[in-house]
Design a protein around this ligand. Structure first.
Ligand code: VG1
Ligand code: CO
Length: 543
């Protein structure tokens, strides 16, 4: 095997965002772009010599080529062993599980998650640490620092063997094990949940529609739901991963998962609907005619997790990202467990999970997970829901309305303004930040401001400080507006406006969400002059 060292120079802009490095696919295909970053992953983490990594991706365009390059580079950098998903396929949660189960030195995941794929779409790469979780900021900072000073990368000259077959081969001294992407993941799910109860539920005629959105969860959901658990054939739709996700946008929200929404709103709606994203770490769940907001889903899962074997004891705690609604906080109070508030992005849950401080975690962006791995996990959330429904007996819509009757309802929505000029977005945030100190006590569009700050997070485990994570403005009636800029986009800037209004137990829980939030939406506009800064009179995507 011939290894070569290739001279290179730093490439600007290789700074990982909320979840790894994401760029247009065409950018990743530029000569040296992927190679530079992969070399910096190794260099920024003490080198690859003697190490073992898990490698896989969500199957999008350029996935297998990128994996070929990574195999050649890992071997040339002296890695001892690579565990690679067959055909290059590994959902993000399955990769996290393999890293943990095999106690590897980490993993490299190829995905731009919910971003569209294809030649003209997006591509992404991220490094996960030995705990199975997305690299924390001190590691991504070290990798980024290397991208600014890189002078060469190492690569094997020869293309590796086919990864379409399970089995092993070598590249130089590096052993490559090509594994079934689903097997170990399914075993883990069987350990966590009452598969007998879920199987009995399906045998009794309970119907599900799981929309894999032409993305990576297709093979997982088909094998587990239809195969092992006995859901009728056809319960999983759009089940074959395609390089451009069938031309769609694999983001499980009511806007992009419109096919599922139509089915769940139809006359013959199944009992339960769910969708997952490009890399399988997100979930959206629905009942007949009813969308369950991810924030409510987190609260409900926390309230009923004890019905699943793995969570039957007391939960250690819960954690949610700052913009996620405060519905779960109310459940935590009643359960007498701590509730942590972290910046956006799963990497911030890692320390809490490792330290045993949190059992369940969630984000408003359709991410839920637990201490079983160190990533959010779409199919896991669906299985936990099924386990709860199987054991509780009520349907999900009833369960939700009973929950609101018991805890009150946190009306919630996110308004996204996409692809706005970066300067305009930054000017908006700067102007808003400049006003924060003066806001408390003032009345904005009829609502009185009680608190206003720019969220900073001191990690309770390693004391690291992460600042400027989004502006949050609280009102005296308990409503809240949060604004921040996305860290996963590849073009311009995306402004996310998170809106929340609490209606107590005895209030009206049946209002239209946008109507219920109208006063808060008006306050957000007044506070940030969104129309003036962006030139837009309404959001592009409302979820
Ligand atoms: C978004 C979500 C965030 C999520 C991240 C990665 O980040 O808001 O909650 O953790 O995507 O999810 P941002 O910076 O664009 O708001 V995934 O499924 O892309 O790995
Ligand atoms: Co994802």
């Amino acid at each position: 095997m011939v290894f070569k060292t290739v001279q290179t120079t730093p490439i600007k802009g290789q700074k990982p965002g909320t979840s790894g490095l994401r760029k247009k696919t065409a950018v990743f295909r530029e000569p040296g772009y992927l190679e530079n970053f992969v070399q910096c992953i190794f260099d920024g983490t003490g080198g690859a010599a003697g190490k073992t990594y898990v490698i896989g991706g969500d199957g999008r365009f350029f996935n297998t080529q990128a994996i070929g390059v990574i195999i050649r580079m890992a071997a040339a950098n002296g890695a001892a062993r690579l565990i690679v998903g067959q055909d290059g396929i590994l959902s993000t949660p399955a990769a996290s599980n393999l890293i943990r189960k095999n106690q590897t030195d980490g993993g490299i995941i190829l995905s731009a998650s919910h971003n569209p794929g294809g030649e003209n779409g997006d591509f992404g790469i991220k490094f996960n640490a030995p705990n199975g979780g997305p690299a924390p900021e001190k590691i991504t900072d070290a990798i980024f620092a290397k991208t600014l000073e890189i002078t060469e990368y190492k690569i094997a000259e020869q293309e590796p063997e086919d990864i379409g077959r399970a089995g092993s081969f070598t590249v130089g001294d590096c052993r490559i094990d090509v594994v079934d992407p689903v097997g170990d993941y399914e075993t883990l799910m069987q350990e966590l949940f009452d598969f007998d109860a879920i199987g009995t539920l399906f045998a009794g005629g309970f119907r599900i529609c799981f929309d894999a959105m032409h993305a990576v969860t297709g093979p997982y959901a088909t094998r587990i739901l239809e195969g092992t658990l006995g859901a009728p054939k056809g319960s999983v739709i759009n089940a074959v991963p395609s390089p451009d996700f069938g031309g769609g946008h694999p983001d499980p929200n009511p806007v992009w998962a419109s096919e599922l929404v139509a089915i769940m709103n139809g006359d013959d709606a199944p009992d339960f609907g769910a969708a997952s994203d490009g890399d399988g770490d997100r979930n959206m769940v629905m009942g007949k005619g009813t969308f369950i907001s991810p924030s409510d889903s987190l609260a409900l899962l926390t309230a009923y997790a004890h019905l699943a074997p793995a969570y039957s004891g007391k939960l250690a705690g819960v954690a949610r990202s700052m913009p996620t609604s405060q519905a779960v906080d109310l459940v935590a109070v009643r359960l007498g467990i701590p509730c942590f508030e972290t910046p956006t992005g799963w990497k911030f849950f890692g320390n809490l999970l490792d330290a045993g401080k949190a059992t369940l975690c969630g984000e408003e962006s359709a991410g839920t997970g637990s201490n079983h791995i160190r990533e959010k996990d779409g199919l896991w959330a669906v299985l936990l829901w099924l386990n709860i429904l199987a054991r509780d007996g009520r349907d999900i819509v009833q369960l939700q309305s009973d929950h609101w009757r018991s805890f009150g309802r946190n009306y919630y929505s996110r308004h996204d303004y996409e692809e706005i000029p970066t300067e305009a977005a930054e000017a908006l945030m700067a102007a808003l930040r400049g006003r924060l100190a003066d806001l408390p006590g003032t009345v904005v569009a009829g609502l009185e401001v009680s608190t206003a700050d720019d969220f900073a997070y001191r990690d309770p485990i390693d004391q690291s400080l992460t600042e400027a994570q989004g502006v949050r403005i609280g009102f005296t009636d308990g409503s809240r507006v949060v604004m921040r800029l996305s860290g996963t986009g590849t073009q311009g800037a995306t402004l996310r406006v998170y809106l929340e209004r609490f209606v107590d137990r005895s209030g009206d829980h049946t209002q239209d969400v946008q109507a219920a939030l109208a006063p808060v939406i008006a306050a957000a506009e007044t506070l940030a002059d969104i129309t003036k800064h962006t030139g837009r009179s309404s959001a592009d995507v409302i979820t």
